[in-house]
Design a protein around this ligand. Structure first.
Ligand code: BGC
Length: 377
């Protein structure tokens, strides 16, 4: 069922490429039968070993994005490429990112890696990239509604959501001073980020049955993603919504738990409840940001997710190297990420849930966070 993911010939490095054509290893691909109508026989190709690789990242809404830029600079350089890493600035980021990608195309980048600011607004630019013969890799966030995305590389976003949902349930059971029903509120990420819905769907996969059977009560009644969204992944927007939920719904009621899609928002939610003089609810998170790991060790935030950015960047660089050599690019999922017009072949990494209990083990390969954990013990 899985298509062979070989690139149309670009004429460069053809002999090395041809030598490698036969040694592809297929991964994943699911259990479906039947055959895709896609090209099974496209010629392999490569490109110059020292080619320019463009990396267009969104604004720095969480620490993972800050880290990614530096890791791409170093990793691509080490692999012998010329790196052009750009961030969209915090204001006017969609237009800015569109311009940056267009400039990378014009400058002749052979691969453009994109952490989309708004995954629905990049079709013109990625199509221009394709027309110029460049390969487009969607990094962390999917690019939607265009054929011109070759690969997606990310942590398994649905699983992130499921882990968050399960952590909320576990935290409620272990931390609450009463049995179910528990009052909870739900937060989701920015509507312009394709991940937000996947995180939320994953969490609701675990939480909805518990809402249905009465274990959880969303006292505000706000369970639709349009009601729970946090524009721009901005802390101040989450804090404002939490402030208003506390006023409107939790005057005399207790709030036991909050589903938060990431650490930045988790801290804003905790700040809001603290300022309102309420007992701290069980709050989930994601990204393993230093301040959140400290908060977890101090018994405040309940959980986060370890999505080791260095592993994600490493995997992306590996895919670029495979493309450069004209090899088949390794993917392990060809089913989940339908961007509206095609299922984008993906390489998904495994996220890890982190609570105070397993932090030392979870960060055993992340020295900077292990230090935070050990300092708190
Ligand atoms: C990333 C998360 C991050 C969020 C806000 C998402 O696309 O997957 O890790 O917390 O963006 O920056």
């Amino acid at each position: 069922m899985k298509k062979k993911l070989l690139f149309a010939a670009l004429a460069l490095g053809a002999s090395a490429a041809l030598a490698l054509t036969g040694c592809s290893s297929e991964r994943g691909g699911g259990s479906g039968s039947g055959s895709d109508s896609g090209s099974e026989t496209a010629e392999a190709s490569g490109f110059d070993a020292g080619a320019t690789i463009g990396v267009a990242l969104p604004d720095k809404t969480s620490e993972n994005w800050v880290l990614a830029g530096k890791l791409f600079e170093d990793g691509l350089k080490e692999a012998g490429f010329a790196a052009d890493v750009q961030y969209a600035p915090a204001s006017n980021t969609v237009a800015e990112q569109q311009n940056q990608i267009q400039a990378m195309v014009t400058a002749g980048a052979k691969v453009i890696v994109i952490g989309a600011k708004d995954g629905k607004q990049l079709s013109t630019q990625v199509e221009a990239a394709h027309d110029a013969g460049a390969i487009v890799i969607a990094y962390d966030r999917l690019i939607e509604n265009t054929e011109a995305v070759d690969y997606y590389v990310a942590f398994d976003n649905f699983k992130v959501g499921q882990l968050q949902g399960q952590a909320l349930l576990d935290g409620l059971e272990s931390r609450s001073d009463h049995d179910a029903p528990y009052n909870v509120e739900l937060f989701s990420g920015s509507p312009d980020d394709a991940n937000s819905k996947v995180f939320f769907d994953g969490a609701m996969d675990v939480l909805q049955p518990k809402i249905d059977d009465g274990t959880l009560v969303v006292a505000s009644g706000q369970t639709e993603i349009t009601q729970t969204a946090t524009e721009g992944w901005k802390a101040e927007n989450a804090q404002r919504r939490m402030d208003s939920l506390l006023t409107s719904t939790y005057g005399s009621e207790n709030l036991d738990g909050v589903l938060s899609p990431n650490d930045t928002l988790a801290r804003a939610i905790l700040t809001s409840t603290e300022q309102a003089g309420k007992p701290l609810p069980v709050v989930t998170g994601q990204d393993s940001e230093v301040e959140s790991v400290k908060s977890i060790m101090a018994g405040k935030q309940y959980s986060t997710i370890n999505k080791d950015t260095s592993l994600l960047v490493e995997q992306t660089v590996k895919m670029i190297q495979q493309a450069q050599q004209g090899e088949e690019v390794d993917v392990n999922d060809t089913e989940q990420y339908d961007n509206g017009v095609k299922v984008v072949p993906a390489y998904l990494l495994d996220p890890v849930i982190v609570t105070k209990e397993n932090a030392a083990e979870a960060y055993q390969n992340v020295p900077s966070l292990l230090e935070v954990v050990n300092a708190a013990r």
